[in-house]
Design a protein around this ligand. Structure first.
Ligand code: G6P
Length: 360
């Protein structure tokens, strides 16, 4: 069953492995017999009616929101703001005339997000919750819910819920585009199926990622993740995964920001994990890699097929350029997992953390 580890040593590893299955389940659940997107008509209408979307979330779900913004803006042409739930009410942005609030939460119980939901409901604004737990507080209290269908996620560090969030947000973005009559040369179900296959192929090569964890993270106290464009957001999630379970101090940076401060921290042997999945920024991120190597860093480059260069540590199978975050996070999840394992950390129950945080 979903809440048994079976032959797996940890829930986290099991949940990482379940990601292709979860994507295929999402494809099924969000498609009708005519291969059209199947979505609650009220959600479709709310997306059509709003003039701006405010995504509110915490932790890994916030990182999924950063990617979701790209999908909704690029596909549906609706402006999107993404906010950390705990900060939102201190400096509430000036709201648009017809805002739609989208709460992304694996558990549906995060108190920081709920506090914002209560506040925005009081202001009379519609709310959509995207969650893995349909009966949860955030689901019940919002007007609409989209279900992630990821199955119970037990490990504290979120993996399959994050990839499910991105997949559902991609579908939502395309559905809204369709509803608005925007013509897209992009079939989300077909592209997500390609992503699922790519993830499956990678999950079969675990020893590669265990070796990378050995090579780059065995004794280090810190680690940097760099990326540009959409890769930057994935790097931030990679850093969170590594911090959460291995306690290695990690930070994700935009490649272009390195020179504005962070590069001062690069020393002999500092691990820098770089993502290179976007053609438009391949040269510039490669430039950043050279800059850190010149200062002694141990650079681990994870690139995408077609953009690879000699010496890259891993080349991801090719998927649609906008969906790369769903595949590029998998090596980062597995490298974090093995780094934590090699340090004898409690992978599923890291110190000081809770699966759902029900206090503000
Ligand atoms: C906790 C968990 C994180 C999670 C965050 C948001 O801090 O440890 O893994 O990303 O809450 O949780 P949610 O259930 O709202 O997605």
């Amino acid at each position: 069953s979903d809440i048994e580890k079976g032959t797996y040593p940890h829930f986290m590893l099991k949940e990482i492995d379940e990601q292709p299955l979860v994507l295929r389940r999402i494809i099924q659940e969000y498609q009708n017999e005519d291969n059209e997107i199947k979505l609650d008509p009220d959600v479709r209408q709310a997306m059509k009616d709003c003039d701006r979307i405010y995504i509110i979330a915490a932790g890994t779900s916030y990182h999924a929101g950063l990617i979701g913004k790209q999908f909704i803006e690029k596909f549906a042409k609706i402006p999107v703001e993404v906010h950390v739930a705990s900060e939102f009410s201190y400096n509430m942005p000036l709201l648009s005339e017809k805002p739609l609030f989208v709460y992304i939460s694996q558990s549906g119980e995060t108190a920081d997000s709920r506090a914002v939901l209560v506040q925005t409901k009081e202001l009379g604004h519609p709310a959509l919750t995207i969650t893995n737990v349909p009966g949860s507080t955030l689901s019940r209290e919002a007007d609409y819910t989209l279900h992630l269908h990821a199955g119970p996620e037990i490990a504290v560090a979120s993996t399959k819920a994050y990839t499910a969030q991105m997949a559902v947000l991609a579908i939502l973005g395309v559905d809204t585009a369709n509803a608005k009559g925007i013509d897209l040369a992009f079939d989300p179900m077909q592209e997500l199926a390609i992503v699922a296959n790519a993830m499956e192929a990678m999950a079969d090569q675990k020893e590669v990622f265990e070796d990378l964890a050995h090579e780059f993270l065995e004794t280090t106290r810190n680690c940097f993740f760099i990326g540009r464009s959409i890769d930057y957001y994935v790097g931030v999630e990679g850093a969170l995964k590594l911090k959460e379970i291995s306690y290695i101090q990690a930070e994700g940076f935009a490649g272009g920001e390195l020179k504005h401060g962070t590069i001062a921290l690069i020393e002999e042997e500092t691990p820098v994990i770089a993502l290179a999945t976007q053609a438009a920024v391949n040269d510039s991120i490669r430039g950043n890699v050279q800059e850190v190597i010149a200062r002694g860093a141990n650079a681990c480059v994870i690139s995408m097929k077609g953009l690879e260069k000699d010496g890259d540590s891993f080349v991801l199978p090719k998927v649609h350029e906008l969906l790369t975050p769903i595949v590029s996070v998998l090596p980062l999840q597995l490298i974090s997992y093995y780094a934590a394992l090699h340090r004898d950390c409690d992978v599923d129950k890291p110190r000081n953390l809770a699966k759902s945080v029900t206090v503000e």
